[in-house]
Write a protein that binds this ligand. Structure first.
Ligand code: HEC
Length: 205
């Protein structure tokens, strides 16, 4: 037994710990998952025909965070940071209908379906009523009628004072659709008889 221990000690003394550099990996008795088969960046791979480990990104891939470069569409601002007054996309009935649907869901609870600011939330005692979009006698209404569309888009996106931001709930296109519908509400509530097509004026006179 003694000679066996002496042998082990001698083997250990001769076999290692002699201060010499070694190219072998250190003895790793319990490797767990420390070392696994894997590809390293710029390494070689037999799996792919071009022999490379790293793959080309699929065509038209946009790096995360580098999309949304169009300031007008995504921020409602021109290149100088001013709010735009024209819609950055063509307006059509489909967009307006979508805007109406989304407005009634997201905005009407506070701003009312008509935009007069007297939605159910605003009617609760103790809450300041949201401003109206439309009432010409109301300074707030006039201000929002004259507000550039980019600024209304910005209010929906980022909120304003007590109004919450809707950028994570309402996608960009829908936000513009809502702005278009807000414009329709303003126009509708301030319409004159001459705005109605002549053949439909009869019942309104
Ligand atoms: C939870 C209630 C609430 C909801 C929902 C809401 N708003 Fe508002 N909104 C407000 C309040 C309150 C203000 C007034 C903020 C302030 O103090 O200036 C306001 C202000 C505004 C203004 C005027 C901002 C300004 O510069 O004065 C616009 C435009 C507007 N909201 C549009 C919308 C649209 C469009 C939606 C739907 C996407 C919407 N809001 C949803 C409460 C709400």
């Amino acid at each position: 037994m003694r000679s066996l221990i002496a042998l082990v000690i001698a083997a250990a003394a001769l076999g290692g710990c002699r201060g010499e550099p070694s190219r072998l990996p250190p003895v790793h008795l319990n490797p767990n998952m420390d070392t696994q088969a894997k590809y390293k960046a710029y390494g070689h791979s037999n799996l792919f025909q071009d022999g490379r480990t790293m793959r080309e990104p699929p065509a038209n891939t946009v790096q995360y965070g580098l999309g949304k470069v169009d300031d007008e569409v995504y921020r409602g601002q021109d290149e100088f940071g001013n709010f735009i007054s024209r819609f950055p996309m063509p307006l059509d009935k489909k967009l307006l209908d979508r805007g109406q649907e989304r407005y009634d869901i997201f905005c009407a609870p506070c701003h009312d379906k008509s935009g007069n600011g007297k939605g159910m939330v605003a009617q609760r005692p103790g809450l300041v009523p949201p401003p109206t979009f439309i009432d010409p006698a109301d300074a707030n209404g006039r201000r929002i009628i004259e507000m550039p569309v980019g600024e209304i888009y910005n209010t929906i996106t980022n909120g304003k004072n007590t109004m919450p931001a809707y950028r994570s709930q309402i996608p960009t296109e829908d936000r513009w659709a809502i702005v278009a519908y807000v414009r329709a509400l303003q126009r509708g509530q301030n319409a004159r008889l001459s705005d109605v097509p002549a053949d439909q004026q009869g019942s309104l006179k």
